[in-house]
Write a protein that binds this ligand. Structure first.
Ligand SMILES: [Mn+2]
Length: 199
């Protein structure tokens, strides 16, 4: 049983292709045209141990907003597709990751219901290369909406904008990995981790 999701999303603003294999080895091939965003998606694949391919051709002559947002939407949809019926997964995951002076705490429930709680320092540098730092929340919102998960991401402290964003992606990757991983006991018994009988 392969847990692979593939989504193609084309609008007048962007054209995105995402493929994710939840049971991969962290093999990543990402190009969005926004260097720092590629660096973050690289973290997501590597630390999530997902095989991840992302090709986005967006309207960067305007700014990087549509490119970043639409990639996150497609990624969320592909992640949901790859999860399939969710039988045997751990469902919950959390991870705390420091990056030098910054700390990110991420908790996830692959619940089938979209909900985001996000806090990070308010006084961050506005740009990291072509990456607008206010986009981090927008990426998480977009991913959550399509993946249909509950996601709590907190950065209680941090100073360097590159570090603040990067530790969030690393912690997100690891929390998603733990939650989507197959629990051998549940998987062998064909158990869906929900008393409601649906996720
Ligand atoms: Mn870095």
């Amino acid at each position: 049983m392969s847990r692979i999701g593939r989504v193609e999303r084309t609008t007048k603003e962007t054209s995105v292709v995402v493929e994710i294999n939840l049971d991969g080895t962290g093999r990543v091939d990402v190009s969005t045209g926004v260097g720092f965003y590629d660096h973050m998606l690289d973290q997501l694949g590597r630390h999530g141990m997902f095989d991840l391919t992302v090709k986005t051709d967006g309207d960067l002559h305007i700014d990087s907003h549509h490119t970043i947002e639409d990639t996150a939407l497609a990624l969320g949809a592909a992640f949901k597709q790859a999860l399939g019926d969710k039988v045997g997964i751990y469902r919950f995951g959390n991870c705390t990751v420091p990056l030098d002076e910054s700390l990110a705490q991420v908790t996830v429930d692959l619940s089938g219901r979209p909900y985001l709680v996000h806090t990070e320092p308010e006084n961050m540098a506005p740009m990291i290369g072509a990456y607008d730092t206010t986009m981090t929340r927008h990426i998480l919102e977009s991913f959550v909406a399509q993946a249909q998960i509950a996601l709590h991401v907190h950065v209680p402290y941090g100073r360097n904008a590159h570090h603040i964003v990067e530790c969030q992606f690393k912690a997100l990757a690891r929390a998603l990995r733990y939650a989507s991983e197959l629990d051998p006991r549940a998987a062998a018994a064909g158990i869906l981790p929900s008393t409601k009988g649906a996720l």
